[in-house]
Structure formats: C-alpha cells, structure tokens
Design a binder for this molecule. Sequence first.
Ligand code: PLP
Length: 355
Amino acid sequence: MAMNDAAALSGELEVDLGAIVANWRDLGVRHPSGPVAGVVKADAYGLGAAPVARALAAAGCRHFFVAQFAEGLALREALGHGPMIAVLGGFPPGADAGAALTPVLNAPRDLAAARAAGLRGAILHVDTGMERLGLNAAELAAAGDLSGLALRYVMTHLACADEPRHPLNVAQAARFAAAGAALPGVPRSFANSAGIFLGRDFASDLARPGCALYGINPTPGLSNPMRQVLRLTIPVLQVRQVPAGVTVGYGATWTAPRDSRIATIAAGYADGYLRALSGRGIAIAAGRPVQLVGRISMDLITLDVTDVPELAQGDRVELIGPQQTPDAVAALAGTIGYEILTSLGARYRRRYLPA
Ligand SMILES: *Cc1c(COP(=O)(O)O)cnc(C)c1O
C-alpha cells in the first residue's frame, strides 16, 4: 500500500503553530512585568516539543522549561544555541554541566553539588506551599551566601492558581516575596498559565505558562481566553446498520434503542483516547455532535451516526477540535485537559500549520 493510502486510514492531529504563537503573544501582553517563557515539558504537552519550541523561538521566546535532562538535550539540539533551556527536575548525578542547559536546584544537596562543581547561572527553586520540590524557608535561611552561584532566577510554583479565591495563593505570594527579599538582585519567576490571570501579586520577571499556550483554559469557570490549537480527525472505517435490540462492542454494554447506523472509526485507547470515555464521549460528524456508544476498544471506537445519514466510509470525524475542546473531552472523562493532551497517541499523523 502506498504511503498516502496508509495515511488515509489513520488519525491525523493538526497542530496550529500560529495559534500557539498567538497565545504566547497574548500572555506576554497580560504579563508586562517580564518576559513569558514556553513550558515544553512532556514533548510540549504531547504536541511536539521541537516544532512548538522552534515556532516560539522564531517569534522571540528566549526561555524554555522542560522536566527532564534528556528532554533538555533534545530541545537544545532542536533550537541550537541561544535560548535558555531550564530543566525543572535538575541534573542527574554526573551530568555534563557544559550541556548548555540550566538546572533547577530543588534541594539543599543540589546546592551543595552546584557549589562543588563551580556551577554558575542555575535557577533556585523555593517551595512556598506545594511540598513537592524546592527549598523551604528554613533551608533557604540555612543555605548561606548564594552569590557564588550567580543564580539566574529564583522560582516557585503555585498549587492552586486555577482557584483564584483559594487562600494558598496569597500565602504563596507572601512567602515568595520573603524568599526574594533574601536574594536581592536575583530575578524572580512565579506564575504558570493560571497564575498570569491572578493579578499583580503574581507577576514576576519571568512567567512560565504551559497549558494556556496549547489552548487549555487557564481561567476555569470563565470563558476560555486562549485560541484553540488542535484538530484531531479520525477516518470512518465502516458504517453499518444495527437493528433495534442488538448490542455493540465488548461486553455488549450498549443496545441499539432503535434501528441504528453505527460508524466505526480508526482510533482507540491505544491512541490515548481514554477508555473512561466509553459511552460518554462526543465526536463531531459532518459538523454535528454524535455519541460514542459501547466500549472504546484498543484501536476502534463506535459512534451512533443514525442522525447523520450522509456520513460514509472514508469520511473523517473530529474527536478534538474547536467544537470539542481538550477541556470538554476532559470534563467528560473526569480528568483535566492536560491529561488529554499528554495522552495523545503516537500513531496519529501530525501536521503542523505554520506560524
Ligand atoms: C508544568 C509547570 C509549569 C506550567 O504549568 P501550566 O499550568 O501548564 O501553565 C510551570 N512551572 C512549573 C514548575 C511546572 O512544573
């Protein structure tokens, strides 16, 4: 089978790099106190770290964050020299400090190792309420003079930024201000996506948004200010008539309540379309919402398209797009948009719309 024929039978994930860049610029307007980084950990939340970061760098983004050292090495390869690439998880023992990556120092022993290695220009992570990574106030006080490290930033991370009225937000802002006062002259990095929308007390010298770049709503409960970035379309492999009373799929969990038309499409939980969406998910067929019926299989999903008579084999239906956003899919699955994005499967053909 020729390549194009094969592609016709696989899912296609369209990533709009122009929308990602527009989201980054929009966040820059909302965060005038300092530049806005691109958080591209976990392969840019599943969308492709190299193409996403290249588009952001071309638009002027000079700071990137990844989670793991290997992600940083791959990103440096993709971006070449210039932009800062910070590794949130820090460096593994014995890592080459000359890798042109910026480690985040998360614990007193990271500080000791950095001093022993003569490392300069790292980022110091102070914990202000997440209790996950970072030095607490006592550890920071005990750390002594840090000027020899020539810290590039001091950062902290918000636990409840998507709940604007949560009391932990103001508590974290106060603790971070105190930590910053103990490190005069060191630039600060505070807000994630949702933090940018919390107001001036959360502004800093470098914001670190991830999800909002990719169209996830950073203001849950309010209308989404970000542009949508993704379109996931899946080909219809077959449309069949299923008489009333007949069951569909594994476990025979769905019984046709009427004579029905069932479309089987070429994606399943192996592609990251969560099995928890069985009987709950919505697809868009010929512009209209249709219901997933029966269980989601590893490679196949069945849809009730009785009310979309024109839908035929070879047509495409949309599982994610402007009408069925990652946040909407997440709500149906009982999770968050981040998990929908980072689960997107490896079998989808990826197409990048240029910035
Ligand atoms: C993932 C992450 C971010 C980005 O968070 P979003 O909610 O996706 O904007 C920022 N800072 C740290 C430390 C992170 O781990």
